[in-house]
Write a protein that binds this ligand. Structure first.
Ligand SMILES: [Zn+2]
Length: 854
């Protein structure tokens, strides 16, 4: 950590309590002028005031006490670019007391997707713009000078001067709309609750909306650009139900009379929980019942439930500093599942979560020595934006789930409600939460949980026997054998662990030592996949588990758990890879989507290590051996008796078989694609069909996808098409895909995903790396302003498997910066080293196993 970064926080002698902000945006020149008055309390004699300001021109600054006739203008305004601050110097000393700080400023409506930025869309060929904000984590300072730290909570009174055709949406509702002599209208909004700067929002544009009401009377509206409001119905329903759900769950009413949700055509992440004015990427909120796939619908529901959970967790009670970001994100990610599971029980959201790529990614990152603790020291904005990662979101979720298990659902709910009520409108640290749970449960929560939040990584539990007595021992798990072999890590965790004994009883124990004797006979450890850890079962227990899999006696979470563990044990060198491959044979008739999905990603990971064409083909034969029977059984067509899982399973297994060269499936997929004008392809299998056509297609197919993309309006369909064009095999075609990604045809918000997907394609690995090196300046210009794009973009670096690649990559990044992606880069280096060692140790083993079986 850079030492100078530590001094980046504002001093604590000046405290803002209320902002009155007037903004006049120019929607043609994309600039704005502003005026603000900040009420501040000064608790020390000073001659200077420093606050945050980035890319803003400050014209004049004055300070005064109301009615005291002591107004003075700042004699000097200076900026610190690195710290993103402005300092106002005054000639006369300012005594302790309450003041008003009045600032006149101007700035730009940028195209960086941060701060105050513009978003472009078309209506009947006409270019239109929205000006909108994205302030989390540290970008309110790009829209107005402010004390931009989460603990500086204040209230906000905002007003806007705009042309008549524009609407303005902000956190609260307008109290008045007046006509200005210039012909512009002035919209004044009512005062917000006391909140952090990063939660303020304003959105200016031409919209349409639909509305509804919760049973408590909260008005909910969903805004879209013109012509899309019919796609807002599903999100509106979910929002109403979620708000009602949380009102009851937290036992605190939502404090505003309104909640607006706005679909923005250009958006960096999925959504932003601005209090009362949640903004979304279009694909995270719009659902067209005819064309939206089930996967996307589930995505919309969880994102809406996530953002609404934040209205309590994050907005009402906020982390003191970004070190405790996980309090916001871990909790919202946990609550989104609790809520969605209640609203849509038939989706089996927890099973989907356990088998999801996000959860796997959290485990994968946290198995690295270059991970970070859940509570992590951060200072500079680039460091802050880096921790919006899977460790904060999904490991956060996992440890909260463990806690709920340990203290019981009722005490958990009671503790949460107590915590929110006690700290309402204030800021907290992690310990405040543990204390609330200790109060409700009377258990030593803080001691147990800090072992999970203060140290990075997680344990692996080994089951061994001595004189027939079971011993459970723990040590830190490493996904890289390189690190594991040289590690001297002595971390220990306090582990709530559920196991099933041979009598079929489930028991919950707390393991807090290096080794624990257990007077019981184990059937399976980590029953229900409830704890964030890995297990190595004894050979005897594993044999029994295999028998249970064969006889279909193991639950879905347990099957997911066994697969996830065995593949990561192989990766970390705890077992040979052939053992994992051997176990995968037991899952030949797996009909549950979440389990099949876990199995598929384990096999694909191994497959990604293999460069030799013959061996790759044998791996494909193995994938076909495991998945083809199910693909044949489930078929291409939907059936009336399909469960939700079947819809997802169909897409998965057909895609795997088509990608592994199954002639029958490829032929059928091509037939469906070619016939698409006569018969619309089912929304849930479209991506799969496109993918198979791309994987087995050439220039002609690329052009077809490109033309489809150009004439398409619906963002979800555009994503399906760009997903497909990343999957071609021919290097020349993939180079075309990469050029397309950064062309004018593609929104900057989408390009990183296309590049990352092409990079994750085994055939596109070298081409993408070369492309990135050649175009790094363009990339940096676009995404180097902070935020999460660069880290997303470079994350497929981790798939490289060759020493010469690693040398080249390291050399390149020695001379090129990756703002906001430094940790991702370190993680990629560690992963590549791990891949190299894995191949060295196990490639022969993999080949032998494949040769023996195929
Ligand atoms: Zn969130």
């Amino acid at each position: 950590m850079n030492k100078t970064n530590k001094k980046i926080r504002l001093e604590s002698h000046t405290i803002p309590t209320k902002y009155k902000i007037e903004i006049k945006p120019d929607m043609d020149a994309f600039v704005f002028s502003g005026k603000e008055t900040i009420k501040i309390n000064i608790n020390k004699k000073i001659k200077q005031i420093t606050l945050h300001s980035k890319d803003i021109d400050i014209e004049t600054v004055k300070i005064y006490n109301k009615g005291k006739n002591n107004e003075q203008f700042a004699s000097k305004i200076s900026y610190n670019i690195k710290k993103e601050t402005a300092t106002f110097s005054f000639k006369k000393e300012i005594k302790k007391g309450s003041y008003e700080l009045s600032i006149i400023f101007s700035g730009i409506i940028s195209d960086t997707l941060r701060g105050f930025y513009k978003s472009k869309y078309h209506i009947d060929g006409e270019e239109k713009y929205i000006a909108t904000t994205q302030f989390e984590a540290t970008d309110a300072r790009r829209a107005f000078p402010c004390f931009d730290e989460p603990a500086h909570k204040a209230t906000f009174l905002v007003s806007f001067m705009v042309k008549d055709n524009y609407e303005v949406i902000s956190n609260t509702l307008p109290i008045s709309i007046d006509k200005h002599e210039s012909g512009l209208k002035i919209i004044n909004f009512s005062e917000t609750p006391k909140m952090s700067t990063y939660l303020l929002a304003f959105i200016i544009g031409e919209f349409e909306y639909i509305e509804g009401k919760t049973k408590e009377g909260v008005e909910i509206r969903v805004f879209t650009t013109k012509g899309k409001k019919h796609q807002a119905k599903f999100a509106l329903d979910v929002a109403i139900k979620s708000l009602e759900f949380y009102n009851e769950y937290f036992n605190i009413p939502y404090p505003l009379p309104n909640l607006d949700m706005i679909a923005i055509p250009d958006f960096e992440s999925a959504a932003m929980e601005n209090w009362g004015a949640i903004t979304y990427r279009e694909t995270a909120i719009l659902v067209d019942e005819e064309h939206t796939s089930l996967v996307n619908k589930q995505w919309v529901a969880t994102v809406v439930a996530h953002e609404i959970a934040h209205q309590w967790f994050g907005n009402l009670v906020t982390m003191h500093w970004w070190t405790d970001l996980w309090l916001n994100e871990g909790f919202a990610s946990y609550m989104e599942k609790v809520c969605t599971d209640t609203l849509f029980p038939h989706w089996k959201i927890w099973d989907l979560h356990l088998g999801s790529a996000r959860y796997k990614s959290a485990i994968e990152i946290d198995g690295l020595a270059s991970s970070h603790p859940v509570e992590v020291e951060v200072h500079h904005p680039d460091e802050i934006s880096e921790i919006f990662d899977m460790v904060s979101y999904e490991k956060g979720t996992a440890i909260i789930r463990m806690l709920a298990l340990y203290i019981g659902e009722d005490k958990f709910k009671e503790g949460l409600s107590y915590y929110l009520k006690k700290h309402i409108y204030k800021n907290t640290k992690t310990l405040d939460l543990w204390q609330a749970f200790e109060k409700s449960s009377k258990k030593p929560v803080a001691k147990m949980m800090s072992s999970w939040t203060k140290q990075m990584g997680f344990p692996i539990i080994k089951e061994t026997y001595k004189d027939d007595k079971c011993i459970l021992s723990q040590e830190r798990f490493f996904s890289s054998r390189v690190i594991r072999n040289k590690s001297k890590d002595k971390s220990l965790w306090q582990i709530p662990l559920v196991y099933k004994n041979t009598k079929g009883e489930e028991k919950l124990i707390l393991i807090d030592k290096k080794s624990t004797f257990l007077n019981d006979k184990i059937k399976k450890l980590n029953s229900g996949d409830q704890s964030f850890l890995k297990v190595i079962h004894s050979e005897k227990t594993l044999d029994k588990i295999k028998k249970d899999i064969k006889e279909n006696h193991l639950s879905i979470p347990d099957r997911i758990n066994i697969l996830r563990d065995i593949f990561s044990l192989a990766e970390g060198g705890y077992i040979k890879t052939s053992e994992a491959l051997g176990l995968s044979l037991e899952f030949k008739n797996e009909k549950e989507y979440s389990v099949a999905s876990e199995l598929a990603s384990g096999l694909i990971k191994i497959s990604n290590l293999i460069d030799n064409e013959i061996v790759r083909n044998k791996m494909k034969s193995h994938i076909l051996y495991v998945f083809k029977p199910i693909a044949q059984e489930i078929g291409f067509d939907k059936k009336t008796e399909d469960r939700n899982e079947d819809i997802l399973l169909r897409s998965l297994v057909i895609s795997l078989c088509g990608g592994s060269g199954d002639k029958e499936i490829i032929k059928e997929a091509k037939k469906i694609f070619d016939n698409r004008i006569n018969k619309t392809i089912d929304k849930d299998i479209k991506s799969t069909i496109y993918g198979i056509v791309a994987k087995n297609g050439g220039q002609k197919e690329w052009k077809t996808f490109y033309e489809m993309y150009k004439s398409e309006e619906m963002h979800e369909e555009k994503e399906r098409l760009t997903g497909a064009i990343s999957l071609f095999k021919d290097k020349k075609i993939l180079e075309k895909t990469l050029r397309f990604a950064i062309s004018k045809d593609v929104k900057p918000q989408d390009a990183p995903f296309i590049i990352a997907k092409t990079w994750s394609n085994h055939e596109g690995r070298d081409a993408t790396w070369k492309f990135l090196k050649d175009n790094w300046d363009t990339i940096l210009k676009r995404y180097g302003e902070g935020g999460h794009f660069l880290s997303k973009l470079i994350s497929p670096l981790k798939n490289h498997t060759k020493r010469e690649d690693l040398i080249d990559i390291k050399k390149f990044f020695k001379g090129h910066t990756v703002p906001g992606g430094e940790r991702t880069l370190l993680q990629a280096y560690e992963k590549i080293e791990s891949n190299i060692a894995w191949i060295k140790d196990d490639m022969k083993d993999i080949e032998n196993w494949l040769n023996k079986n195929y």
